[in-house]
Design a protein around this ligand. Structure first.
Ligand code: PMP
Length: 352
C-alpha cells in the first residue's frame, strides 16, 4: 500500500436502488411517482431561459422557500431547501448531531442514517422495532445525542400515531429530534408540522421525490424553528453556497403552487395502494398497513428472494433487502393501475 493511500477515507456507502432503463419495464423499486409532475413544470421546462444559466442561482433559494412557506403556513426563516431530502438530512446530521452520546434511530429504517453517521463520525445506537415493526417510545427515554426516524417508516410503511411522536418529543427536549416525512403525503395521520409551535427542537424533513413526482429534480426541504434553520444555513454556506440549481428553484415553486394537481395525484396513488392490499392478500402476501406509496409485503407461497429474481427476469423491478429482519419481504412501489395489474399477473404466473 502506498503511503498516501493511508490518508484515503474508507467508507461503506449507501447503495441506492438500481435505475434500469429497459423498454417496457415496470419500475416499482425506488418509490418514485408513476405520474408526471404538475403540468406547469413541463411548461417551464420547455421555455426555460437557458441564457440565465450563465449566472449563479439565488443562494437564498427565495422563490422556492417562499412558495413552501406559503403552502405550509410558516415563516420563510423556518424553511431550508436542499438537493433532495438526502442533502437536507445530511446537512441536519452535520449541524445537529455533535454531542458525545450516540444518536438513536430504529433498527429497521432508511439505511442512509448509519451511512451519514459513519461519514460524519457520529456515534449511533439502533433501537429495535417490536415484532409488528412499531416503535416503543420507552426505548427513546435514555440519554442520547439526538433522535431521527421516518414517519411513516421505510421500508415498513408504518405510520406511528401523533401520541407516539409527542411522547418521544416530551422525553427528548435536550436534543434535536428529526422526523423524516418523505412519505407523509400518502398517510392518514397529519404531519408533525403541527407540533412545531410546541417544540423548538423539532425538525421536519420532506421531499419532492415522491408525492410531487420530481425525484429527478432533487428537491427536499426542512421546516423547523428559525433557530434550527439558521444553524443549517450556516453549515450549508460553509461547504456550498449554491446547492440548488436555477431550474429546480423555479420548477419546484411551480409544483408547490399547483395544489389541486398534487391532491389528485396523491389520491390516485392512495386508491391504487388500497387495491394493492386486497390483490396481494389474495396472492398470499402479508404486510403491515402501509401509509406510504409502497407496500412491504411478504409472500407466503414462494421465497421472497426467488420472487424478486423471477420478477426481475420479467422486467418488473421491486426492491429486496437481504437483511435478517427484512429478508422475507419485498418492497413494492405503488405504480399506475396498469403497472400493478402486470405485477399481479406475473406473481400469479410465477406462483402457479
Ligand atoms: N428519507 C426516506 C425515508 C426515504 O425513503 C428517501 C428516499 N430514498 C429519502 C429520505 C430521500 O429522498 P430524496 O433524497 O429523493 O428526497
Amino acid at each position: 500500500m502506498s503511503l498516501w493511500e493511508k490518508n484515503i477515507r474508507q467508507v461503506a456507502p449507501y447503495v441506492p436502488g438500481e435505475q434500469p432503463n429497459q423498454p417496457d419495464m415496470v419500475k416499482l423499486n425506488t418509490n418514485e411517482n408513476p405520474y408526471p409532475p404538475a403540468p406547469r413544470v413541463a411548461e417551464l421546462a420547455a421555455s426555460f431561459p437557458a441564457d440565465t444559466l450563465r449566472l449563479y442561482p439565488d443562494p437564498t433559494c427565495s422563490t422556492l422557500v417562499e412558495a413552501l412557506a406559503k403552502r405550509y403556513q410558516v415563516g420563510a426563516d423556518q424553511v431550508f431547501v436542499g438537493v433532495g431530502s438526502d442533502d437536507v438530512l445530511a446537512t441536519a446530521f452535520m449541524t445537529f448531531f455533535n454531542g458525545t452520546e450516540p444518536i438513536v434511530f430504529p433498527d429497521i429504517t432508511y439505511s442512509f442514517y448509519d451511512v451519514w453517521a459513519d461519514l460524519f463520525r457520529i456515534p449511533y445506537r439502533k433501537l429495535a422495532l417490536d415484532d409488528a415493526f412499531h416503535i416503543n417510545p420507552r426505548d427513546y427515554d435514555a440519554p442520547n445525542g439526538g433522535v431521527i426516524f421516518p414517519n411513516p417508516n421505510a421500508p415498513t410503511g408504518i405510520q406511528e400515531k401523533k401520541e407516539v411522536l409527542e411522547d418521544i418529543l416530551q422525553h427528548n427536549q435536550d436534543v434535536i429530534v428529526i422526523i423524516d416525512e418523505a412519505y407523509i403525503d400518502f398517510a392518514e395521520e397529519t404531519s408533525a408540522l403541527q407540533l412545531l409551535g410546541k417544540y423548538e427542537n423539532l425538525l421536519v424533513v420532506q421531499t419532492f421525490s415522491k408525492s410531487r413526482s420530481m425525484a429527478g429534480m432533487r428537491i427536499g426541504f426542512a421546516i423547523g424553528s428559525s433557530k434550527l434553520i439558521k444553524a443549517m444555513q450556516d453549515v450549508k454556506y460553509s461547504y456550498n453556497s449554491y446547492t440548488m440549481n436555477a431550474a429546480s428553484l423555479y420548477m419546484g415553486a411551480a409544483a408547490v403552487e399547483d395544489e389541486a394537481y398534487f391532491q389528485e395525484t396523491v389520491e390516485k396513488i392512495r386508491q391504487t395502494r388500497e387495491e394493492a392490499k386486497m390483490r396481494l392478500a389474495e396472492l398470499g402476501f402479508t404486510f403491515p398497513d402501509s401509509q406510504t406509496n409502497f407496500l412491504f409485503a411478504a409472500p407466503s407461497r414462494i421465497d421472497a428472494k426467488e420472487l424478486f429474481e423471477q420478477l426481475r427476469a420479467r422486467n418488473i423491478y421491486v426492491r429486496y433487502f437481504n437483511q435478517p429482519r427484512t429478508c422475507d419481504y419485498l418492497r413494492i412501489t405503488i405504480g399506475t393501475p396498469e403497472e400493478m395489474e402486470r405485477l399481479y399477473q406475473a406473481i400469479a404466473e410465477i406462483q402457479r
